[in-house]
Design a binder for this molecule. Structure first.
Ligand code: F6P
Length: 376
């Protein structure tokens, strides 16, 4: 017989984003209604690993402060590249030590299950730890990259898209005034969902994403053709994870590989395009939007998604279902197994999908779709 749930832990892990507080709140409200105790673990799993442990009991009063309008996470978070550090002392500890301390932490707090609000990297690492510590886990996907496995939406994406669109609206007027090419570098790591959807909503002329190879010459031809028909400026969205015109990546930080998950980050590829475009006679400016994409008041779509995901996670535990990941698919909130989620890996943009077609039909240069392999 499955163990009756009495005490759960909630963790936010990986890069922060807007909507995390709404998810923590939803889990807490829903669990407390069932008479369970809820513990918010601080700074991702670090709260269970450092000694003394760092956590707080969450009650309805924990949400008295107006968190609704804030981005970030009230619990704090960590990225996989700092998982191996005892946070206060910044001492590197081994994977083996992490497992031992995590297991001890879970036992000390007498947790029956852990809700992990994280991206695919965190989900993989913490699933591994939960398995070794014999604790049930439910995953809730969050990432501005919107590439979490098995879900068409992740917490944080809608707000990030809004932030980029707003930035592009502002850049459009200054670009138009000066007749310039404005490069807008957007986050997304190895996937281009944020860049592609921002290019459509921000009325861009071109978008370059990791999933579709581009031709630099074709991009230039596209910009010149626009100039010829009277468009005096251009907005070009560049996903941070594309290759530079010389074929290499602009890696900001190789990152550590921990429990098999790499934490490499990208930064600054757009500057290489600025150099090339200048040589080709364009007046160009570069804007690397950076971490503002992970922040800002969560939009309604993120609050709704986070609330629905949190409630669904608690419902799963109440039904005795464990080791599942909540997803949004075909317009519904549902769930898939943790195993399936991990095996799927990140979800790339489909180069022949509807959203790419919309961009192409709007006249946006999206790269050389013909060079992409057809999906089975
Ligand atoms: O995965 C979310 C994300 O914001 C990526 O889009 C970006 O490449 C990365 O995290 C940045 O990570 P960090 O906050 O560690 O610089």
């Amino acid at each position: 017989m499955k163990k009756k749930i009495e005490r759960i832990g909630v963790i936010t892990s990986g890069g922060d984003c807007s909507g995390l507080n709404a998810a923590i709140r939803a889990c807490t409200c829903s669990a407390i209604r069932r008479g369970w105790k809820v513990y918010g673990i601080h700074n991702g799993i670090n709260g269970l690993i450092v000694r003394p442990m760092e956590y707080e009991q969450l009650t309805l009063a924990s949400f008295e402060f107006p968190f609704a309008t804030l981005g970030g996470t009230m619990l704090g978070t960590n990225n996989s590249n700092v998982l191996s550090y005892d946070s206060g002392k910044r001492e590197k500890i081994s994977e083996q030590e992490v497992v031992a301390r995590f297991t001890e932490g879970v036992q000390k707090l007498k947790l029956d299950a852990l809700i992990v609000i994280g991206g695919d990297g965190s989900m993989t690492i913490i699933a591994n730890l939960c398995k070794r510590a014999h604790i049930a886990m439910i995953g809730i996907p969050k990432t501005i990259d919107n590439d979490a496995p098995g879900t068409d939406l992740s917490i944080g994406f809608s707000t990030a898209r809004e932030v980029v669109m707003d930035a592009m609206d502002k850049l459009d007027t200054t670009a138009a005034s000066h007749h310039r090419v404005m490069l807008v570098e957007v986050m997304g790591r190895t996937t281009g969902h944020l860049a592609l959807q921002s290019a459509i909503t921000g009325f861009a002329d071109a978008v370059l994403i990791p999933e579709i190879p581009y031709s630099y010459d074709a991009l230039v031809k596209h910009l010149r053709a626009a100039q010829k028909i009277g468009r005096g400026h251009a907005l070009v969205v560049i996903s941070e994870g594309i290759k530079k015109p010389d074929g290499n990546y602009a890696i900001a930080n190789d990152g550590a590989t921990y429990f098999g998950v790499s934490s490499a980050t990208y930064y600054g590829v757009s500057q290489y395009f600025q150099e090339r475009l200048k040589k080709d006679g364009f007046e160009v400016r570069t804007n690397i939007l950076g971490h503002i994409q992970r922040s800002g008041t969560p939009v309604a779509a993120d609050r709704l998604l986070a609330s629905a995901f949190g409630v669904h996670a608690i419902d799963l535990l109440a039904k005795g279902k464990t080791n599942r990941v909540v997803v949004h698919a075909k317009g519904e909130v549902s769930d898939i197994s943790l195993k399936e989620s991990i095996s799927l890996g990140t979800t790339p943009v489909n180069p022949r999908g509807e959203i790419v077609k919309v961009a192409q039909s709007l006249g946006i240069y999206v790269g050389e779709v013909d060079q992409c392999k057809k999906r089975k």
